[in-house]
Design a protein around this ligand. Structure first.
Ligand code: CP
Length: 320
């Protein structure tokens, strides 16, 4: 049996706002939900009668679908709104769109938006839970949750003594920023590596090591998190060409041989095969890329359940 513990957050905006104890509440609930994935009857009644609106102003496969599946597993209804199919294209403000979604009786809002701070902004003007599914390069908190959950299944709850290296386009990565917060809260040492244009020294103010020496960063790492080059957020060229990025920083068989045996290879997706990661390595036994995707369902179930419980104490009963 699992309870909501002392969770009080109506919204889920950033890992920065979440304590280590609250991360533990989320992980324990996600673990309980994982036990239900193998059942023939996968649905739980916890959010029966609730409606989730998925407002996605940027493309998504994993995050959007896993929120929809998470809602369905908790017996909530979900409705998807894309930027191009919403009245935002007719000039409606985000504020008015959100207030109309509330007026339409939605109980939870999940939003992906290109503007950093957009989820926080909505959370202050509407009463229903707002869950950040990615806001520009600022945060992708549920991605960090599922990444850390995947590592926690191997390492246990204390990441002390573990080194996680994040390789690639850190500058434009909300995944990197959220994981820096989450991994350090759990006790891991974090190293960022890549070209100096994409891994600026000022990230060291977040408590991480900044490196531009790939071999030195890889040799003692316990988990390697690769990132896609995010052209859509880059406003100028940060390296001469993709081919040159791959030749200097792409993970290939030779560079993978620098890793310790058993190093875990991760990627939030979507992967660009042959750019940041060699195709065979993405599909190798060391890769947990698809496991990360599956864990996204239960981590998002935990977030939906806890945030809904924070505004509706009636649903604070034990689950599973
Ligand atoms: N990792 C991730 O956010 O993937 P999507 O953009 O497909 O949701």
């Amino acid at each position: 049996m699992t309870s909501t513990g002392t969770w009080t957050h109506k919204d889920f905006i950033s890992i920065e706002d979440i304590t280590r104890d609250e991360l533990e509440i989320l992980f324990k609930l996600a673990s309980s939900f994982k036990q239900t994935l193998g059942r023939s009857q996968k649905k739980l009644p916890s959010l029966r009668g609730k409606t989730l609106v998925n407002l996605f102003m940027e493309p998504s496969t994993r995050t959007r679908v896993s929120f929809e599946i998470a809602a369905s597993r908790l017996s909530a209804d979900s409705i998807f709104i894309s930027a191009s199919a919403s009245s935002l294209v007719k000039g409606e403000t985000l504020r008015d769109t959100a207030r109309n979604i509330v007026a339409l009786n939605a109980d939870l809002l999940v939003m992906r938006h290109s503007a950093p701070g957009s989820s926080l902004y909505l959370s202050k003007i509407i009463d229903i839970p707002v869950i950040n599914a990615g806001d520009g390069a600022h945060a992708h908190p549920t991605q960090a949750l599922l990444d850390c959950f995947t590592l926690r299944e191997r390492w246990g709850s204390d990441f002390s003594g573990k080194k996680v290296t994040i390789l690639g386009d850190i500058l434009f990565s909300r995944v990197a920023r959220s994981n820096i917060w989450a991994l350090q809260k759990l006790g891991a040492k974090v190293t960022l590596v890549g070209p100096s244009t994409l891994v600026p020294e000022y990230f060291s103010a977040m408590g991480v090591e900044v490196s531009h020496d790939l071999k030195r960063a890889l040799v003692d790492t316990d988990a390697l998190m690769l990132l896609r080059i995010q052209h859509e957020r880059q406003t100028s060229t940060h390296f001469p060409s993709l081919r040159e990025y791959t030749s200097m920083f792409g993970l290939n068989a030779m560079r993978a041989s620098w890793l310790k045996p058993g190093t875990i290879i991760m990627h939030p997706g979507p992967i660009n095969r042959g750019v940041e990661i060699d195709s065979k390595l993405a599909d190798s036994d060391h890769s947990v890329i698809l496991e990360q995707v599956t864990n996204g369902i239960i981590c998002r179930m935990a977030v939906l359940y806890l945030c809904a419980s924070a505004v509706n104490p009636v649903s604070r009963e034990e689950v599973i």
